[in-house]
Design a protein around this ligand. Structure first.
Ligand code: MLT
Ligand code: MN
Ligand code: ZN
Length: 303
């Protein structure tokens, strides 16, 4: 299978339009060794023709323009996007569907909870009834596998995660299974597996098992420390409070990833405040030493 990282940044992207943090300030002035990142999305295919989008970023237009394999090839209107799988209903993962309104009905795979959010608090599903329309396909969260017509040779399993419904959600403070999922992508013919989870608040046993079974994990790289946004005077919100496990410290993502010696380890959904965006920072060197990669826009993974 081939995975293309369309956007490796967290909500806001890097640099963020109104942000003057240490990273955003320096990247705008070419004073930092690093690269800008658009907001969170990947695409997966086994034939380079039919692509499954994971999430639809507000930056989707630029992401598709940067990726010839997914662009129109046949006829006056066309796309390589065969289907869309949403892992949650966050603004940075769902807004891009509005940018796809000119096309055919969207085949959207998501949980009932995500569908509810996107029909109430942020009613994209209802709005798009007046444009392309959406064919919703419910995603099981009981561990059973499912396949997606047109996406050959791949099988999917989801994991309900302890993370957070979006701030706008009617059940932000009333968590339900299916608010957020991690996804295991398995290639049927080879048995190769990827675990994708850009929003991971806690490593529950079933999540650990999914990570252990994977050949490659692409997991939450949002924050380096729990209080990163507080110490930079950006927000009072802690990483864990908003559903993101920080990388450093006891129980952090690095410790978790260090228990997976034979797995390719990639951090994704990197917030603009995160010091790992600076390629010569001490924090980035710690990741390098641990064999942990930092995803960037355009990264392709062949498994
Ligand atoms: C998150 O990942 O926590 C959200 O995308 C934050 C946001 O909506 O900006
Ligand atoms: Mn996000
Ligand atoms: Zn910033």
């Amino acid at each position: 299978m081939k995975i293309r990282v369309l956007g490796a940044g967290a909500g806001g992207g890097f640099p963020q339009w109104n942000c003057n943090c240490h990273n955003c300030h320096r990247i705008r002035r070419q004073q930092m060794q690093g690269t800008p990142r658009t907001q969170s999305s990947i695409a997966v295919s086994t034939d380079d023709v039919h692509w499954l989008l994971f999430n639809t970023s507000p930056d989707i237009r630029a992401q598709l323009e940067a990726f010839p394999a997914i662009q129109p090839k046949n006829g006056i209107r066309d796309t390589g996007i065969t289907a869309i799988l949403l892992i949650d209903s966050q603004i940075d993962h769902s807004t891009g569907m509005l940018m796809l309104r000119e096309g055919k009905p969207l085949e959207v795979y998501c949980t009932e909870m995500v569908k509810q959010d996107l029909s109430t608090g942020f009613p994209i599903f209802k709005m798009l009834e007046h444009y392309c329309t959406i064919n919703h396909h419910p995603v099981p969260i009981d561990g059973s596998s499912f396949e997606i017509p047109g996406i050959d040779d791949l099988r999917f399993y989801t994991q309900a995660l302890k993370s957070k419904a979006p701030p706008y959600s009617p059940h932000r403070y009333d968590p339900h299974d299916g608010d957020n999922i991690g996804v295991i992508i398995e290639q049927i013919s080879t048995g190769k597996k990827v675990f994708y989870s850009p929003g991971l608040g806690e490593i529950e046993p079933h999540v650990m098992a999914a990570m252990q079974a994977a050949d490659c994990v692409m997991v939450d790289g949002t924050f380096w420390t729990d209080d990163e946004m507080c110490t930079q005077n950006i927000s009072q919100k802690k990483a864990r409070e908003i559903g993101h496990l920080p990388q450093s410290g006891p129980g952090g993502m690095i410790e978790v990833l260090n228990t997976l010696p034979n797995t390719r380890k990639i951090l994704i959904h990197i917030n603009n405040t995160n010091p790992i965006l600076d390629e010569i920072s001490d924090e980035r060197k710690q990741l390098d030493a641990a064999g942990i990669e930092v995803a960037y826009d355009g990264l392709e993974i062949n498994l």
